[in-house]
Write a protein that binds this ligand. Structure first.
Ligand code: IPM
Ligand code: MN
Length: 363
């Protein structure tokens, strides 16, 4: 097959980590006898600086013409004083909305090899494997009206959902649960918010289509605690936009580093793939960034867009193998280098590629 990927590397460590992800994808595709067509466009702070807008029209056009978009990260300290609609993040929200993917899949799982990296005790996290399904196009992020009225000293945002928006993301979450451990936990704040009452009632309605999936509901505040106390009890976790943003970062603690985690946004015209971590401007350009989140994001492109499950799994297995051999980026070694080899961003990419070569049977 031929897979056309648009790479929007963005800001900070985005270019370094996507570069490694792309090289792993090239290796795997070539081994499988497939071709990969790459295009590169600007988004975020780099696009503001060069083109005067965080999402230039040619970036969006190229995105819509591709099979998948691989995004690095956006944001930088020099843009922090700008209003929300002028910031690098506005480019990300605009591309999410234009591509139309409403279901953001964010796995949070424990790597046995990285158990010491988590502040949670190993017996708590061992075997934890959660898949967040975060609604990505509604709620407070996009609800109208929104404004900061400086004269009045007042600002407001609107948390708004339609029944249809909840139905479509809930169906995806139930379908994913059917392929996993058949448990779904829906998160809301139905004891306070009408929008959460609509959310809960709609999820209960959709549940009737999936009698084999066990559904539970948790309030978001309690869920924040349960995730740290008993992460193993959760399988698929369905959330609205902001709750998912917060809980998925929190769950990075289970893995020990946000730098390990990938995400995929599906359900729209073109799927959008991005590691969960940010642009980390403090370590950008130093070869310190961990490319594994981006590399595992590449695996999700193969799984969810290309339908190349074996190749996706080969990348994931390679990452585990490299970790089990004691290779770490600096963030993962955390100064505790006994028995570990600390690698730069590119060296980690090389290790994963060398390993994946031994796993994919060439066509
Ligand atoms: C994320 C990020 C984004 C979000 C920002 C950068 C707009 O935090 O992907 O989790 O809030 O969705
Ligand atoms: Mn976030």
């Amino acid at each position: 097959m031929n897979l056309r990927i648009l790479v929007t590397a963005g800001d900070g460590i985005g270019p370094e980590v996507t570069n490694e992800a792309v090289k792993v994808l090239q290796e795997v595709m070539a081994l499988g006898g497939h071709t990969l067509t790459l295009d590169h466009k600007r988004i975020g702070g780099i696009a503001i600086t060069t083109d005067g807008t965080p999402l230039p029209a040619d970036t969006l056009a190229a995105a819509l013409a591709s099979d998948a978009v691989l995004l690095g990260a956006v944001g930088g300290n020099e843009f922090n004083a700008l209003p929300p609609d002028k910031r690098p993040e506005a480019g990300l929200l605009a591309i999410r909305s234009a591509l139309g993917g409403f279901a953001n899949l964010r796995p949070a799982f424990a790597f046995k090899e990285l158990a010491v990296n988590s502040p949670l005790r190993p017996e708590i996290i061992d075997g934890a494997d959660i898949l967040f399904v975060r609604e990505l196009l509604g709620g407070l992020y996009f609800g109208q009206p929104r404004q900061w009225d400086k004269a009045k000293g007042e600002a407001w945002n609107t948390m708004r959902y339609t029944r249809d928006e909840v139905v479509r993301v809930a169906r995806i979450a139930f379908q994913l649960a059917q392929k996993r451990r058949k448990k779904l936990c829906s998160v809301d704040k139905a004891n306070v918010l009408e929008v959460s009452q609509l959310w809960r009632a709609t999820v209960i309605e959709v549940a009737a289509e999936f009698p084999d999936v066990r559904l539970e509901h948790q309030y978001v505040d309690a869920m924040a605690m349960h995730l740290m106390n008993r992460p193993r009890d959760f399988d698929v976790v369905l959330t609205e936009n902001l709750f998912g943003d917060i809980l998925s970062d929190e769950s990075g603690v289970i893995t020990g580093s946000l730098g390990m985690l990938p995400s995929a946004t599906i359900g729209g015209k073109v799927n959008l793939y991005e590691p969960i971590h940010g642009s980390a401007p403090d370590i950008a350009g130093k070869g310190l960034a961990n490319p594994i989140g981006a590399i595992l994001t590449g695996a999700l492109i193969l799984r969810h867009t290309a339908g190349l499950e074996a190749e996706a799994a080969a990348i994931e297995t390679s990452v585990r193998k490299v970790l089990s051999q004691g290779f770490r980026t600096a963030d993962l070694a955390r100064g505790n280098t006994a028995g570990l080899a600390v690698l730069s961003t590119t060296e980690m990419g090389v290790k994963v590629r060398e390993t994946v070569k031994t796993m994919v049977v060439s066509a």
